[in-house]
Structures are given as C-alpha cells and as structure tokens.
Design a protein around this ligand. Sequence first.
Ligand code: 0L1
Ligand code: MG
Length: 267
Amino acid sequence: MSQHGMGLDDIAIARLAERIETAQTYATPIRKLTDDYPEMTVADAYRVQTALRRSYEARGQRVVGWKAGLTSRPKMLQMGVEQPGIGFLTDAMARPENTVISLSDMIHPRAECEIAFVTGAELAGHVTREQVLAATDYIQPSVEIIDSRFTGFKFDLESVLADNSSSARFISGGRPRRPGSIDLRTIGTVMELNGEIVALGASAEVLGHPADAVAMLVGVLHDMGEPLPAGSFVMSGAITAAVPVKPGDCLTARFLDMGSISVRFGE
Ligand code: 0L1
Ligand code: MG
C-alpha cells in the first residue's frame, strides 16, 4: 500500500524484499513485482534492494562491491529497459576462474563480459570520469552470471532493480591493468561458448566509457545516502548482450591486452 506521495510503506518494502530473497535462495521464479504494486517507483525498488542487502548481511554475507547494469545499448535492447541501474555484490556470489560453477541454484543463468574496477579511495557524490579513474587502483576482466528471478526473464525497471539487478555470481581474473596504461574505450571482448564465438564488442558500448558507468553507480549510491568505499570491486556493465549458459558449457571470455577468464558450468 502507498503512503500518499511517499512511495510504498515499510511493510510493503519488507514483504517485497522477502519475496525476492525467497526466489533467489530457492531459485523459484516469481511474477514481476509491479503486477501487485503498480505504483512502485525506482526509489521504492532501491529500498527493496537495500532491505535485501541488509538481510544478507544479517546472515553473515559481506558486501564486497557493486555492479552497474543495463549500461550498454545491446543490453538495453535485449531487455527493453532504457535506464541503467546498480546492484550489490557479496562474497557469497564470488566464484574462482578455471573452476566448475554450479547452475543448479539458478533459474535461467546468462553470462556477460565486463570491465571491473578495484578502487583504492572512497568515491562519494556526483563524480566525474576523471575522479573515478583517479580513485581506481586497477581494472581487470570479469564475467558476470546474471539470473533474473522473474518468470521468462521478463520484467520492468522497478522489478529488476528490486531483484538486485539480476545479480547472481561473478568471476574476476585475467590480467589487471593500471587505468592510465590502457584506453578504456577500445578494449575488445570476445565471448566463446564451447569454442564458438557467441558475442563480441568493444568497451565503449558501456555508456561511452566504462568509468562513466562507475560514476553513474556512485551517483545512485549517493542518492541512497551511501559512499562507494575504498577497496570496492565494481563491475561496469556488460559490453555485449548476455548469453544463456547451461550445465556442460565451457565459457571463455577474452579481453584485448587483458587476458581471459575461463569457467565450466555444472549441475
Ligand atoms: O548486469 C546487468 O546488466 C543485468 C541488469 C539487469 C537486467 C538483466 O537481467 O538483463
Ligand atoms: Mg552485468
């Protein structure tokens, strides 16, 4: 229920966070949240995401970083959503490269190639690309495995933001680089699934420059009253459309001048 002009009330936010957490924990698809709460706003969606984050923290998970989502034209076109968003990453979502990643606890996983930033200083407020680069210790290749909790991977912006922007698993690897040592707009990526090239692109797809996606993320955090702490691992968003993966698949994500990440998927 809505409090006049104030967004959803706290009980509705808590109920929705619980609904998302159950769907994430048991890999059970649900219908989009706006079917039941059509008045839900983007601000409400981030309140649900924050309640979800607090619940995972209360269960002992540690927030290790953040991800920007829906930051490239191929991703926006694929999902029919026109605005980027953010999600949090916990230690429980991290997986090592060159291992078998279980998919049995996901609904309809998809893989994405992303440039990750590791920060050495706090970022807060409405920051510029240059401030992001100055606060960045190094960048490195990453692969995100997303998994929407909504039936048929069909959602709207409010629902997907509440669902932590479809965050599920992430892998970092390859060759770390200092941000000044590489042109961040022209990093070519090639995603191979079982030896076949399934997606390719260049990093300028990510809002023109991946550091701009990090600046966007810091701005959203600021609007929620939070800084991006030093030592954060931040994924800047998929360069290509996301690729569905299934048990038995072998994925290699190649990043120009930054090495590659390989993983296999299992039940
Ligand atoms: O990481 C992403 O770009 C995903 C954001 C949410 C949209 C989706 O599930 O594709
Ligand atoms: Mg992503």
